[in-house]
Design a protein around this ligand. Structure first.
Ligand code: GDP
Length: 194
């Protein structure tokens, strides 16, 4: 997809702060440092539109971006950062659960995992949570450039088996360094927008 317009719309925690709009929404989730901001920036051909939300210790907000007046990306703050307090963790959980369970515009979630390692306990929990609520999920395995091509399939298999990816959920190999997987990621996402 050719992105010609990206616009930050708003940040929100609670439903009354969500933007009033009819655009289909794709939320993006993953543990801190997985490469979510880099993924968003690469997909949108922007240098640094996604930045604030993902830095540990910053306010935990959902950030809404309008893409081409066709869809919204909703950037979910990263999870799994060790230094986050119990209170903050609980607030994060409530924020994401409320969004996932109430937002009618939500069409799918992009769950980012690191291709180099088996998905973490938090990644598995997040995927199980999405499946519990029957949210279509696109799994994006990031940092593919850090793994030799010959080992990609082996690593993808570990991701697939650890998450126990359900039939119908696509797994896309991605690198924000090389742009590998960008078109595949767009077509996987675009299916939920039409
Ligand atoms: P976030 O916390 O999930 O938003 O992660 P960032 O996008 O900030 O990325 C965390 C670190 O991983 C940064 O140093 C990035 O430059 C690096 N990174 C992200 N994606 C890739 C990738 O595809 N390849 C490589 N080599 N590094 C990446």
């Amino acid at each position: 997809m050719k992105v010609t317009k990206t616009e930050f719309i708003t940040s929100a925690v609670k439903p009354d702060q969500y933007p009033v709009s009819q655009f289909p929404e794709i939320a993006l989730a993953g543990r801190s440092n997985v490469g979510k901001s880099s993924f968003i920036n690469k997909m949108l051909q922007r240098k640094a539109i996604a930045r604030i939300s993902s830095k540990p210790g910053k306010t935990q907000l959902l950030n809404f971006f309008n893409i081409n007046d066709i869809l919204y990306f909703v950037d979910v703050p990263g999870y799994g950062y060790a230094k986050v307090s119990k209170t903050e963790r609980a607030a994060w959980g409530k924020m994401i659960e409320t969004y996932i369970t109430t937002r009618e515009q939500l069409k799918a979630v992009v769950l980012l995992v690191d291709l180099r390692h088996a998905p973490s306990k938090d990644d598995v929990m997040m995927y199980d949570f999405l499946k519990h609520y029957e949210i279509p999920t696109v799994i994006v395995a990031t940092k593919a450039d850090k793994i030799p091509k010959g080992k990609w399939q082996k690593h993808l298999k570990v991701v697939r088996e650890t998450l126990q990816i359900e039939t119908g959920d696509e797994l896309v190999l991605f690198s924000s360094e090389t742009g590998e997987g960008k078109e595949k990621a767009w077509s996987a996402i675009y299916k939920f927008v039409q």
